[in-house]
Ligand binder design. Structure first.
Ligand SMILES: N[C@@H](CCC(=O)N[C@@H](CS)C(=O)NCC(=O)O)C(=O)O
Length: 194
């Protein structure tokens, strides 16, 4: 299995989740400007969408989209998803929220076409981090057990820190907790971010 990633990009969430699940995989860096892989390939031949993350399974099938890859990991490591009747649906609900309501505003904040757009994106991020912060039920998004969604939220908070955005309590403590996890440390180390 091969994970195509760019250091510090959203693919860090998938990288962490694969380590949390204890799965064996190769990492291949992608230069997002040139769209070339570190092994010299045109990345669009691997993933025609041209963006990371991309996961090539052992049978050669390609998986893309954070929500799908993180769900796939959680299916292989059920301890990384909430339990109960609605567990899988709650996980998709949370991943969809992070993907569409946080990740996308961050992209607008990183690459705004106007000051107004940047301001609106920052306001959206502030509100949505506030929404999560007010409802954090325990150490992690679903209580005491870390899930693949926590890896995705961790990357969003990392970006918020990089951009100097406010992170409401108790999310700074959540961030520190995540950074103590061996899977997070390993992924940061492998991406040259430790
Ligand atoms: N919808 C995709 C978006 C992934 C995405 O935004 N990837 C960024 C890095 S965080 C990227 O590769 N951007 C380069 C590009 O779009 O050209 C997903 O959730 O997996």
């Amino acid at each position: 299995m091969k994970l195509y990633l760019a250091p510090g990009a959203c693919s860090l969430a998938d990288h962490i989740a694969l380590h949390e699940a204890g799965l064996t995989f190769d990492r291949i860096r992608v230069d997002l400007r040139t769209r070339r892989t570190e092994d010299g390939r045109d990345f669009t031949e691997v993933n025609p969408k041209g963006y990371v993350p991309a996961l090539v399974l052992d049978d050669g099938q390609l998986l893309t989209e954070n929500v799908a890859i993180l769900c796939w990991v959680a299916e292989r490591a059920p301890e990384l998803a909430p339990g109960g009747d609605l567990g899988r649906i709650r996980l998709i609900e949370m991943l969809a929220f992070i993907s569409t309501e946080l990740h996308k505003p961050f992209v607008r904040h990183f690459f705004p076409t106007s000051d107004a757009e940047k301001q609106a994106a920052e306001e959206a991020i502030r509100r949505r981090l506030g929404f999560i912060a007010e409802r954090l039920p325990g150490e992690y998004l679903f209580g005491s057990q870390c899930s693949v969604a926590d890896a995705y939220l961790y990357v969003m908070l990392r970006w918020a820190r990089m951009k100097g955005l406010d992170i409401p309590g108790p999310l700074p403590a959540f961030f520190d907790r995540m950074e103590e996890r061996p899977a997070v440390r390993l992924a940061l180390q492998h991406e040259g971010l430790a």
